[in-house]
Design a protein. Structure first.
Lengths: 724, 84
């Protein structure tokens, strides 16, 4: 899936959710012109995006829907069945998006499906405005071949045939082309042969415009969105020999470092040069994905620094370079992480910080150079302390900026709910108004992703058990329409999300009886509880508030699951109960969380976490290459003897080690790399880590605990403290 | 006025919008207008660029609109330096 496709999917999913929210709101208030306009715009954008992606049936469906929505303007009420039909269209669109994500295209029957959905609306969307175009149009390739200087990065080809009447629509086609960043070539030719100037209509556009630009395809597609039926964007594949330009660049960078090292240097300057050359080469290699070679150069650089001799580094720099990641033995991390949109100002701030950190490091390099000269030790210490403080400050700011980068509003999660509430309420024969606020409240991405399920459950619960049927509400002197509130708001250094209803509330006496009957508490204990305490029983496993198990929320999933989900991200769940008047569940969540990358390994039959940031690599070592040394063992890795210990042995477990190869995780420790033999590597995860608490707090070899996706608690080890 | 006749030249100046296309077409129909001078034009609407391309008159450049100067002017007929 290309970044463009990903962007398309993210955007369309946001838009369909937005549209669903708008249509549900319109049902409540058909006269809300603002909503209708917004819905109209959303559908218009969906149409344009689908056209750009050449998903003709979807584009046509949106086009027809747009026409149909347009006909609603100025109407007192919406056409019969309109809400359900729009929701069905949105459902179909989402299902198509899923198909597109999986297979890169729409299902075969998409066009027929679109016809079926549009039946009776009087709109058909006309013929598909956009047919398929070749991946790399031949003209674009030719145009590219004519260029002498081609920048690195994606190149987009624009093929734009403005409609003859486009000037009347206010279009200025060349103005659009001029806004394409990174223009490389432009061709403007008459679409049809020019008529004599005496007969020409100056307001008829007769141009075909083609252009190449070194631009981001997404930007280009955004640009032509409003003329998507007239313009096509394709990504031009660079010719094969150009594909290696990154290699050429890399080799040039490496050669330059060699040159730097061969240039005669003042003795005081040599160390600084060595450090800088090694750093530049390592960075370039890492950037190019050549981690193995970067590691070798890093080691050679360290050796050169230690020996104050550039030769080891030069030798490493000049070893022949072969493309491709050189047999990386570590398995690649699996599992796609969800895409996030990030405010560009936050990225800018990070970029600024990266610059400041580079400046601070340069200062350090400079100092390193002088230190090898005649600088007094006390001066050196003082200056080092200053640099250290500066780097420390920048690191804190950087960490905060990165945490900010992970923040996202809860809105996208909230947006899925109005529709759910509408449909659920209808299926239960209840009337419910969902009142949402605080959609812009931001929390860590991990938290946003993890609150959907708990909120869904709480909402269903409120609909099913909280809000009474209309007649019961009337009898209780309440308006027949129930109200569910969903709000998010900052609360000190945390965020509070509340799901409240104005229903019947929880009856503490009934809950006590049920808890006793279900054997969760003894009768004596239940009677000793205050009403507030009794209400908390709802959060205990095995206690359900409903008298019957309903389709909706009684499916063996209790409130305890909600509580667990909230606690897993470091939050708490509170209940505010007013019998007869309603219940509010309050989730108090941390705004940001520190996420640690953890490698899950097996020692014997137990699973443990190892901090990924210490892991240098994972290797399989044939047993015959493991040599006994004194009481321990060691093996040779890249000309270096690395001590080997068994993780199961260290933990006093029985390992299942066997086989003719040892699976070894090499971790960085203060005394250099150490190999830890494990019985399996299972997973890598980004998980919020909690410091060890209670009894665990006294165990020095524990870094903390984290919860795996399956709810199991994982102990994350401090490898350093395990070593004998 | 952003489109006008001056001697044998049609002069385009400032921001030339689509509304100017009719006027330019009229001027271009006169065989006496030998060249188009767009050095003073800061921005040209597509409709005017299209007319200049269609008429094939020698163009006095460089166009004051950098986009047109860079990408369109090379495909027009250049007028001899210093005008006619």
């Amino acid at each position: 899936m290309s970044p463009l496709d990903e962007q398309f999917l993210i955007e369309c999913r946001e838009l369909t959710a937005q549209a669903a929210e708008d249509i549900v709101a319109l049902e409540r208030d058909p006269g809300d012109i603002g909503r209708l306009d917004r819905l109209f715009r959303v559908v218009h954008t969906l149409k344009g995006s689908a056209a750009v992606m050449e998903l003709a049936p979807m584009s046509r469906l949106m086009h027809a829907s747009e026409d149909w929505l347009g006909s609603w303007r100025g109407q007192e009420r919406l056409p019969a069945g309109a809400i359900d039909r729009v929701l069905a269209i949105l459902d179909q669109t989402e299902s198509w998006l899923g198909h597109f994500e999986a297979e890169g295209r729409l299902p075969e029957d998409a066009s027929a499906t679109a016809d079926r959905l549009l039946e009776g609306t009087g709109s058909h969307g006309g013929a598909s405005p956009v047919g398929p175009i070749p991946e790399a149009p031949p003209w674009a390739q030719e145009m590219l071949d004519d260029l002498t200087d081609i920048p690195a990065g994606p190149i987009v080809a624009l093929d734009y045939e403005p409609r003859p009447g486009c000037f009347f629509d206010g279009d200025d086609p060349l103005d659009l082309v001029r806004r394409l960043p990174g223009l490389l070539a432009v061709s403007v030719v008459p679409r049809d042969p020019w008529p004599p100037i005496e007969q020409t209509d100056p307001f008829t556009c007769n141009l075909r415009i083609r252009a190449l630009a070194a631009a981001d395809p997404g930007t280009a597609r955004d640009l032509v969105r409003l003329v998507a039926d007239q313009a096509r964007i394709a990504v031009v594949e660079p010719a094969p020999e150009r594909a290696t330009s990154a290699d050429v660049l890399l080799n040039a960078i490496l050669a330059e470092q060699g040159l730097l090292l061969r240039t005669p240097a003042e003795p005081g300057d040599l160390l600084g040069r060595l450090a800088s050359a090694a750093r530049s080469a390592v960075n370039a290699l890492r950037h190019a994905g050549a981690g193995e070679r970067a590691d070798r150069i890093d080691a050679a650089g360290a050796a050169a620094l230690a020996q104050k001799d550039p030769r080891p580094l030069l030798a490493a720099l000049e070893e022949p370079w072969s493309a491709g990641p050189a047999g990386s033995e570590a398995p690649a991390p699996t599992g796609a992480s969800p895409a996030t949109r990030v405010d560009s100002a936050r990225i800018d701030r990070l970029a600024d910080l990266a610059g400041e950190i580079a400046v601070a490091r340069n200062g350090l390099s400079h100092l390193l150079g002088r230190a090898s000269g005649d600088m007094a030790a006390s001066d050196l210490l003082k200056q080092l302390a200053e640099r250290d403080a500066e780097l420390g400050r920048l690191t804190v700011v950087l960490q905060r900026a990165v945490a900010d980068l992970r923040l996202m509003p809860v809105g996208p999660v909230f947006r899925r709910f109005p529709r759910l509430v509408r449909e659920t309420a209808r299926s239960l024969g209840k009337q419910v108004l969902l009142d949402m606020s605080g959609e812009g409240t931001e929390v860590d991405r991990t938290i946003v992703e993890s609150i959907h399920e708990p909120l869904l459950h709480l909402l269903r619960n409120a609909l099913d058990h909280g809000i009474e049927p209309p007649e019961e509400r009337r009898a209780a002197g309440k308006p027949p329409e129930g109200r569910i509130t969903l709000r998010a708001a900052p609360d000190g250094d945390r965020v509070a999300i509340e799901v409240g209803d104005d229903g019947r509330g929880i009856d503490p006496a009934a809950l006590r009886r049920r808890a006793v009957r279900q054997g969760v508490v003894t009768e004596a204990a239940a009677l000793a509880m205050s009403d507030e305490e009794a209400v908390q029983l709802v959060l205990r496993s095995g206690v359900s508030t409903a008298a019957r198990v309903s389709d909706l929320s009684g499916r063996g999933v209790g409130m305890d699951v909600v509580r667990d989900a909230v606690e897993r991200v470091g939050g708490t769940l509170q209940i505010l109960n007013r019998p007869g008047k309603g219940t509010t569940f309050r989730l108090l969540l941390p705004i940001s969380m520190t996420v640690t990358r953890v490698m899950v390994v097996r020692a014997g039959t137990e699973r443990f976490g190892l901090p990924m940031d210490r892991a240098l690599q994972t290797v399989r070592i044939p047993r015959e290459r493991i040599h006994p040394i004194r009481s321990g063992a060691a093996f040779v890795l890249r000309d270096r003897t690395v001590p080997l210990v068994g993780l199961a042995d260290l933990l006093g477990l029985t390992g299942v080690t066997g086989g003719d190869q040892a699976l070894v995780v090499v971790l960085a420790t203060r005394s250099g790399p150490v190999g830890f033999e494990v019985d399996g590597i299972e997973d890598r995860l980004d998980a919020p880590m909690r410091p060890p608490e209670g009894l665990l707090a006294n165990m020095p070899h524990l870094l903390g605990t984290t919860v795996r996706g399956d709810g199991q608690v994982l102990l994350v080890l401090e490898p350093e403290a395990l070593l004998p | 006025m952003t489109v006008r006749r001056q001697g044998s030249a049609i002069v385009l100046e400032g921001r030339c919008s689509v509304d100017e296309a009719e006027m330019l077409a009229l001027l271009l129909r006169d065989a006496g207008a030998a060249t188009v001078d767009w050095r003073g034009a800061s921005h040209l609407h597509t409709a005017l660029v299209q007319l200049v391309l269609q008429a094939g008159r020698p163009v006095q450049g460089p166009c004051g609109d950098p986009f047109v100067a860079r990408w369109i002017e090379p495909i027009t007929v250049a007028a001899p330096p210093g005008g006619l």
